[in-house]
Design a binder for this molecule. Structure first.
Ligand code: FPP
Length: 223
């Protein structure tokens, strides 16, 4: 039976959900937080040790300032409200990406990472200002002086150092692409594209994915 140590998610479809329900993309982002909570609970319950959420990409800077600010504000409020509980539950928060937000948000993210650093029950990786190509450039620059570069050198220089590659990657929102997410780490990941928009994605959808995953014969090139 395949077990899942690391689940990665592209939480797509918030904007469309918000437009469909109240003509406001931002409402979709707010609603999407409920799904974040649900997935976190699911991972704790099912001993999924690492959960990586694609919350803001390097490409998302192209969105209007108003939407960006709404997202950053949502993140700030969420962390302020939940950090104590997250810490008590022994969950570690790690940011994947370079922190180049407001001084206040950067400080808060640093604080959340430091406060939860030693927690080992579960780890939530928030991919923020994250782009896989940017991450690879960052890694290559760290090791460029080496004569020969090994896979391990690259693994150990990525933002995801010490994090196992994801067994499962889910993208909601009925779009079938990786959008610059974990391109190196997802080399052998099982990918599940979900039609539902992120706020509509529920516990039973995760159950179905886990069930489908458990039945996959993962050969890694063998026969
Ligand atoms: C993609 O949907 C979603 C995002 C760019 C942001 C996701 C952020 C959250 C769910 C809240 C983040 C907070 C925490 C604490 C993780 P989209 O806006 O691209 O949707 P669309 O394809 O319908 O436009």
């Amino acid at each position: 039976m395949n077990s899942v140590k690391h689940m990665a998610i592209i939480m797509d479809g918030n904007g469309r959900w918000g437009l469909k329900h109240r003509k406001s993309r931002n409402l979709g982002h707010k609603e999407g937080l409920k799904t974040v909570e649900m997935v976190m609970r699911y991972c704790i319950k099912n001993q999924v040790k690492f959960l990586t959420l694609y919350a803001f990409s390097t490409e998302n800077w192209k969105r209007p300032l108003k939407e960006r600010n709404y997202l950053f504000n949502l993140l700030e409020i969420y962390i302020k409200e939940k950090l104590e509980k997250i810490h008590k539950e022994k969950i570690r928060i790690k940011i994947l990406g370079e922190k180049n937000f407001s001084k206040r948000l950067n400080k808060l993210l640093d604080f959340a990472e430091k406060k939860t650093l030693k927690n080992t029950r579960m780890q939530i990786n928030l991919a923020l200002n994250y782009g896989s190509k940017k991450e690879l450039v960052y890694a290559f620059n760290k090791i460029k002086k080496k004569k020969r570069i090994s896979e391990n050198d690259i693994n150990n220089s990525l933002y995801t150092k010490n994090i196992p590659d994801p067994e499962i990657l889910i993208r909601t929102g009925n779009t079938q692409r990786l959008s610059n997410f974990l391109l190196w780490q997802a080399a052998y990941t099982e990918i599940f594209f979900e039609k539902k928009l992120w706020p509509d994605f529920k516990n039973e959808d995760l159950n179905k994915i886990m069930k489908r995953f458990s039945k996959i014969k993962r050969n890694f090139g063998k026969i």
